[in-house]
Design a protein around this ligand. Structure first.
Ligand code: GLC
Length: 623
């Protein structure tokens, strides 16, 4: 039986015994992984000593929460988890501002807030906060570490978790280490990849693809007096850390534990596949990356077992799943469901749900222990990492199809109402990705500009339907702040010299509290979208068939625009039926009577189902 919070005695926290017991169970593996990578027992001993120190310093309240979560390791595998991601400044000015907005967050049904990077960065050269200058300091205009702890405490009182980024692949070039390294300090230089000549950089370039071929081409940046070559996989000011150096690993673990002790519940391991480099490879997903993630997991389980690891693995499906590790040696607790996200948008553009059906089947066949973070869009662009082998069987060739998708979402092909922008269009390969808010990609922006009422109703339906489709998936759904009121693109980035070259700012606009106020008008789009999303989230949280242990399957209806997903648990059967076409469609599912549509409350004949364009049913039958 799970212990209640009250059961956890406050005295427990002071006991080093708890730490030692956790350590005993894990130290053999931790030591073998560490010494396997570093052959350095002195640094290992230092790591253990520091882990004990961070454990001792950990607040009693957090230790109680650790013990509670340890006693119920399923605590995050539920059907009522709902995330919302937000930039602190865009949402509420600063960390204190976010604290003042917790009632709104609760009203939106949210119990996980992803605070986008808030640590100290150099203004104007931060890649949206992912080029950290000091891992121990909050960005000045957002507050300080005390504000962070206070926000965490206030959130925890309301059962809201905090998710934060841990950008461990690189530091800013203004980080103290980088500054010392470029000034010639050899010890600090060994924490990065810095070369005097282009010999090794050229060899890397032969096999390492570029992440931002247009906005930040190349893998190396010239820096310092000697005009040295520094490995910068992302932007020129983001210097890749060298995890071959145990000092880097240890110090980054201490930074991680320091933040964990501030009350962070979930860490998003930013760009995790990139953290190990090896000449002659593409420097992604190397086996050592998995050793490092496994060590982070063990360290977390020993010092702060209430904390979860979310891996940011934006890769092909077969590369993503290994980051869960195995049942005996788990790595991340949660991973981004990136392929499903991209496939949903492919389905919008093609009105053909066959690939999405296949994708649901693939995800549903995975072990039920795996928890995915499901989302329609995030702060980054949408890349077209689809199953092209499958699409080839349906006459969709990769390059031509990517071109179509990009054209569709910028609104120039395929009867599209989308208002997206291209991102990193590579003139060499013709490749590009898409930016835009969910509402703008669904046609809300265009309908609003055209004053087209019917178009607006259709676009809102599509927007809600995509959310409903995301909510059919097991795991943690994540909204992007503003999407719950249908916020459209923000073009102000174009007049900001620090942002104008990065189209991702199109969908990272300020939260529009002026529009949020419009929710009192029951005819406003803000009211409609917010209310309909809340209904769907309540349905999800109120029905056991949405628990991750449910059996999940899809149904072939022979109508390619329609996706039918079934869920079954303890006799409760749910069908989500989604029409991805703007036209009315009918299907004849082979099911019994007795289903109720949970949204309208109406009985639904399962012999013949007719769905107007962009509508859906969530049908339920108790066993
Ligand atoms: C991650 C972030 C992205 C950033 C990159 C480099 O992919 O999501 O915004 O550009 O890491 O830190």
């Amino acid at each position: 039986m799970a212990l209640t919070r009250e059961d956890m005695s406050a005295g427990l926290s002071g006991q080093l015994e708890v730490f030692e017991n956790r350590m005993k169970l894990r130290q053999a593996e931790l030591k073998s992984l560490y010494t396997g990578l570093y052959q350095n027992s002195w640094m290992y001993a230092e790591l253990i000593g520091e882990m004990e120190k961070y454990y001792s310093e950990r607040d009693d309240r957090l230790k109680r929460s650790d013990a509670y979560r340890e006693s119920d390791p399923e605590w995050y595998r539920k059907n009522d988890m709902l995330g919302m991601m937000m930039y602190v400044d865009n949402f509420a000015g600063d960390l204190r501002g976010v604290r003042k907005k917790l009632s709104y967050i609760e009203d939106a049904g949210v119990n996980v807030i992803h605070l986008m990077p808030f640590l100290d960065v150099e203004k104007g050269r931060s890649d949206g906060g992912y080029a950290v200058r000091d891992f121990r300091k909050v960005r000045k205009d957002l507050g300080d570490m005390t504000d962070l702890s206070d926000l965490a405490t206030a959130c925890h009182k309301r059962d809201i978790c905090i998710l934060a980024d841990f950008a461990l692949n690189h530091t800013s070039d203004k980080h103290e280490w980088a500054q010392k390294a470029i000034a010639g300090n050899k010890e600090y230089a060994s924490r990065y990849f810095i070369y005097d000549t282009d010999e090794i950089p050229n060899r890397y370039d032969e096999t390492v693809p570029e992440v931002f071929p247009v906005t930040a081409p190349g893998n190396f940046t010239r820096a310092g007096e000697g005009n040295k070559y520094v490995l910068t996989t992302f932007h020129p000011y983001q210097w890749d850390l060298n995890y071959r150096n145990p000092r880097v690993f240890n110090e980054m673990v201490y930074n991680f534990l320091n933040l964990a002790n501030r009350g962070i519940d979930i860490f998003r391991l930013d760009a995790i596949p990139y953290i190990w480099k090896e000449l002659g490879t593409n420097c992604r997903n190397l086996p050592e990356v998995h050793d490092i993630v496994r060590m982070l997991r063990l360290i977390t389980e020993i010092v702060c077992p209430g904390v979860l690891l979310l891996g940011e693995v934006v890769m092909e499906p077969e590369k993503v799943v290994p980051y869960f590790g195995t049942v005996e040696r788990p790595e991340c607790h949660i991973l981004n469901n990136v392929t499903t996200m991209a496939t949903i948008w492919h389905t919008v553009a093609t009105r053909d749900a066959r690939l999405l059906r296949n994708q649901f089947d693939i995800v549903s066949a995975l072990p039920k222990e795996y928890v995915f973070l499901n989302y329609l869009r995030c702060h980054d662009d949408i890349g077209w990492g689809l199953d092209y082998a499958f699409l080839a069987g349906h006459e969709m060739e990769e390059n031509a199809h990517k071109k179509y998708l990009n054209n569709y979402f910028v609104g120039t092909e395929g009867y599209s109402n989308s208002r997206g922008e291209l991102y990193n269009e590579d003139p060499k390969t013709g490749d590009a990705r898409i930016c835009g808010t969910t509402a703008s990609l669904c046609g809300i922006e265009k309908a609003s500009m055209d004053g087209d009422k019917e178009g607006m109703a259709r676009a809102i339906n599509l927007d809600i339907m995509l959310h409903a489709c995301m909510l059919m998936l097991s795991g943690i759904p994540m909204l992007y702040s503003g999407d719950e009121i249908g916020q459209i693109n923000d073009y102000s980035y174009l007049s900001n010299p620090e942002k104008k070259d990065d189209a991702r700012y199109l969908h990272r606009g300020k939260f529009r509290w002026d529009l949020e106020k419009k929710r009192i008008n029951h005819k406003s789009k803000e009211y409609l979208i917010f209310k309909r999303l809340r209904e769907l989230e309540r349905i999800r949280a109120g029905h056991r068939a949405f628990l991750p242990d449910a059996k999940v399957w899809t149904v072939n209806t022979f109508e390619k625009s329609i996706l039918v997903v079934g869920r079954l648990l303890d006799g409760e059967k749910i069908y989500g039926v989604f029409n991805f076409s703007e036209h009315e469609k009918t299907i004849w599912p082979d099911e019994d009577e007795g289903f109720i549509d949970l949204v309208s409350g109406d009985m639904c004949p399962m012999q013949e189902l007719t769905l107007p364009g962009y509508t859906f049913f969530i049908l339920c039958k108790e066993g």
